[in-house]
Design a protein around this ligand. Structure first.
Ligand code: MSP
Length: 504
């Protein structure tokens, strides 16, 4: 059976992992976990993008071989997958032989079909920055001084016949209106396609770039950027081999808005079409984390240490905040104050406190066992009904990748559980010595445990570590049953009270 195959962008190794990378990987991980929760067979891929001039220069400036430099940097991104508790099934590196083999195979195939040709390439080149500039780099028609001397260079290069597929791509997008999600992003792609496409320059001469994959039909040239990077999505799942059919077409590529147009929405579909490979089902495009309105990548750099942040507050807290604060698809300003606010208010006071007080009361009033529900005592109809609505509507949000909205709905239910405790006041009931009150108390706790079980089962996809602790303490073995059922855990002996999110 074909797997649900989802991928992330592969990160450049010329800089340290940052919060932008972190968010994207957590978003993709949550989607992967959510599909597993729905009993789907998931394959989740992430990885790093290692070739190119910047890496070559960085390695040179540090006096190490590019491969060694990449090995060291790639390790930091692998470490991040562990720290973030990602459930990825694979980690692709573009320096791996399995990847290089596929890049050569794809290039050769296109060359044999006459879709790659050699021609003169003209461009403005910054000697200082060692790169070609684009018209958009000009300010009021002039090259800013930061580029130093700018020369017009003419050199031979290889080109891919992108332009031949423009009409096909427009027709495809018009027929598949949800190819790019959220849908407003697809409109941007169509807007971009109103201008005629140029063919894509896919190489750089060896003299200027060595760190990359040589073209299989002309080793004097190195594959340039996108023809290398984009192919990771097929190289990692065995393109050219029988197993490929178990994964492809990908169900979802999760990417940031900066690499949608033209890379993922124009080059990639056209490359696939030309290679006669089916297109992925969807691209999910997220926005940027900003600081003072600017894209946050290195800007947060000095004041903020990502790994330290994750360590001091815990991965779950960070994962929760990133998904709760940002509306998928839109930009969002990052602030530590907002993070601490949500941590204390939602994770510590609302959720953590509900769990710890319930466990405490079970220990104190019920010898740590989940009580049996007494039918002649208070009923849980309201909670049961609200759970039914909450469950349906949270799943609806998650199905549409709206995790922030889904969490908001789930926390509304958590607040209802907290109100329920206050109203029932088990600590008062325990004092009366009246058997009816004891029944009410026991029912109250049984309902709370059931509410916590169900919420924790959903929260597994967002905050897996703490949710697993709760489910383990409750001895829940099957975590995919979402129907309100107060007899499911009755009699279970539960572990000691849990302190999940200590207040900061
Ligand atoms: N290597 C390319 C992607 C190739 S995919 C075949 C690349 N790398 S990157 O390291 O610059 O970015 C990796 C991902 O992180 C991109 O999807 C990018 O949008 C995302 N982010 C980088 N900074 C970001 C924010 N400030 N906020 C959210 N995500 C952003 O592009």
């Amino acid at each position: 059976m074909k797997k649900f195959y989802l991928t992330t962008a592969i990160d450049y190794v010329n800089g340290q992992p940052h919060l932008g990378h972190t968010y994207e990987k957590v978003l993709a991980d949550t989607i992967a976990r959510y599909h597993r929760l729905k009993n789907e067979d998931v394959h989740f891929l992430t990885g790093v993008d290692e070739h190119g001039q910047k890496v070559q220069q960085k390695a040179q400036s540090e006096g190490v071989e590019p491969q060694l430099f990449c090995d060291q940097m790639a390790q930091k991104f692998v470490d991040l997958t562990h720290v973030l508790n990602l459930s990825n099934d694979d980690f692709v590196r573009t320096t791996q032989e399995r990847h290089k083999r596929v890049v050569r195979l794809a290039l050769q195939k296109l060359y044999d079909q006459g879709l790659i040709y050699k021609a003169e390439y003209r461009g403005f080149y910054s000697v200082k920055e060692e790169r070609f500039l684009q018209d958009k780099d000009r300010i009021h028609g002039e090259w800013p001084t930061l580029f130093g001397e700018v020369k017009e260079i003419v050199e031979n290069n290889y080109f891919f016949k992108l332009s031949a597929y423009q009409d096909w791509l427009i027709a495809f997008l018009n027929e598949n209106t949800d190819f790019v999600l959220p849908q407003f992003r697809q409109k941007q792609v169509l807007e971009f396609l109103k201008e005629p496409l140029n063919d894509l320059c896919i190489s750089r001469p060896q003299e200027r770039l060595q760190w990359g994959i040589p073209l299989p039909f002309d080793a004097q040239f190195i594959t340039y950027v996108w023809f290398d990077a984009l192919l990771n999505y097929v190289s990692a799942v065995g393109y050219g081999q029988k197993e490929f059919a178990n994964y492809w077409p990908a169900d979802l590529h999760v990417i940031g808005k900066d690499i949608l147009v033209p890379a993922h929405a124009v080059y990639w579909p056209i490359m696939l079409k030309a290679l006669d490979i089916p297109l992925p089902k969807h691209l999910l495009v997220h926005g940027w984390w900003l600081t003072s309105g600017e894209k946050l990548s290195k800007s947060l750099g000095n004041a903020f240490d990502l790994f330290e942040w994750l360590q001091s507050y815990g991965t779950d807290a960070a994962r929760y905040f990133l998904l709760r604060e940002m509306v998928t698809g839109q930009d969002c300003e990052f602030s530590i104050e907002n993070f601490i606010g949500r941590y204390n208010h939602e994770l510590a006071n609302e959720w953590g406190n509900l769990v710890s007080r319930t466990f405490n009361m079970l220990q104190r009033y019920c010898q740590s066992r989940v009580p049996v529900v007494h039918s002649d005592s208070i009923a849980s109809e309201n909670l049961q009904m609200h759970w039914g609505e909450t469950h349906k509507s949270v799943f609806e949000s998650f199905d549409n990748f709206l995790f922030s909205q889904g969490l908001e709905k789930l926390f509304k239910f958590i607040r209802e559980l907290n109100r329920f405790v206050e109203n029932q006041a088990p600590w008062k009931l325990s004092k009366t010595g009246n058997s009816k009150d004891q029944y009410i108390l026991e029912n109250t706790l049984a309902f709370l445990v059931e509410g916590i079980r169900l919420c924790a089962q959903i929260l597994q996809v967002i905050i897996p570590e703490s949710s697993a602790k709760i489910l383990k303490a409750l001895q829940v073995s099957r975590t995919t049953d979402f129907t309100w059922n107060t007899s499911l855990l009755q009699g279970a002996l539960i572990a000691d009270p849990l302190l999940l999110f200590p207040k900061k």
